[in-house]
Design a binder for this molecule. Sequence first.
Ligand code: TXA
Ligand code: MG
Length: 345
Amino acid sequence: MQTDRPPLVLSVDAQHPDASIIARAAAILDQGGLVAFPTETVYGLGAHALNANAVARIFEAKGRPAWNPVIAHVASAAHARELVTDWPAAAEKLSNEFWPGPLTLVLPKRWNVPGIATAGLQAVGIRVPSHPVALALINALNGPIAAPSANRFTELSPTTAAHVAAGLGNRVEMILDGGSCSVGIESTVVDLTGVTPTILRPGTIGRDALIAALGGDVMEAARETETGNTPRLSPGRTERHYAPRAEVWLFDAVDAGSFANAAADFGSRNLHTKVATLVLDWSLALPPNVRAVRMPTDPLAYARTLYATLHELDAADFGVIAIERPPRTSAWAGVHDRLNRAAHS
Ligand code: TXA
Ligand code: MG
């Protein structure tokens, strides 16, 4: 929906949000409106999850196809259980270990969750965010908040309020500005509707941590899906996702020489296209006229800054962003997934 007014952007203290501001935001949600708010992962575009008309407005504002389900955010595992028909032992273990936090559990939905929120699936994705603003908003609404990332479909997820405003403009009534998101990429999504827990979307909570919390041996299927191919339960998910406007190239450090040649060649043929590169290895020989951005070598720190870096390069009109692939270890699975999707055209 396009309102005729720009969104109201209200600053809130990330740790101790002002109750009167949270109450105003909750009132908008209660009346079926949309509020963008910070979570620890990325900013969410929130609507009352049990109000089908309000959830429909999320799809409209994002330009998101109806086959892509949204996540319900709740304040506790007890509230999560009110949205599902089954609470397997794996849900108990994973929620105890990782909630509140960047983990979404997919469970069989109860009748009260509108079909539009789950894209017609009989399962619902639920998480308890750890961000104090998100929790305060859920508590003030006294109900679950459906919230995908607060960006237009296929575009980069926002990690600041300014990213939300630039991407959604008048399509949202209010933006709560709680500063930058500390995790920086979206939650790990784990499907618990089958026999074996399965990672549908990798994130900063990796397979090893999930297996440890589950008690060892019950995460076989994740091995194949974690590399970032189309998840079983997320119907028709597009590969291109989490993408900047710029064209994204990926290269390995060992191929830095051929990357440098390709970039130089590209530069001579496309004089007006600005090229940037994100590197981990600062000693790589890079062509002149390429803006090099040094990325953190720790996967959590890398995830925290990735989208903000891409947003910044987009805003500065870079046409190509060449990204050095991080190490191929499981700690980097979430980052690899986002890079592969950003590079897919
Ligand atoms: O960190 C996050 O998860 C952020 C913040 C705002 O919480 N939200 C987010 O939502 O990334 P969204 O809608 O952009 O991504 C939700 C992912 C999608 O890949 C979707 O397919 C999957 O979760 N998902 C949601 N509900 C599902 C369901 N019932 N079955 C399978 N996959 C589901
Ligand atoms: Mg998203």
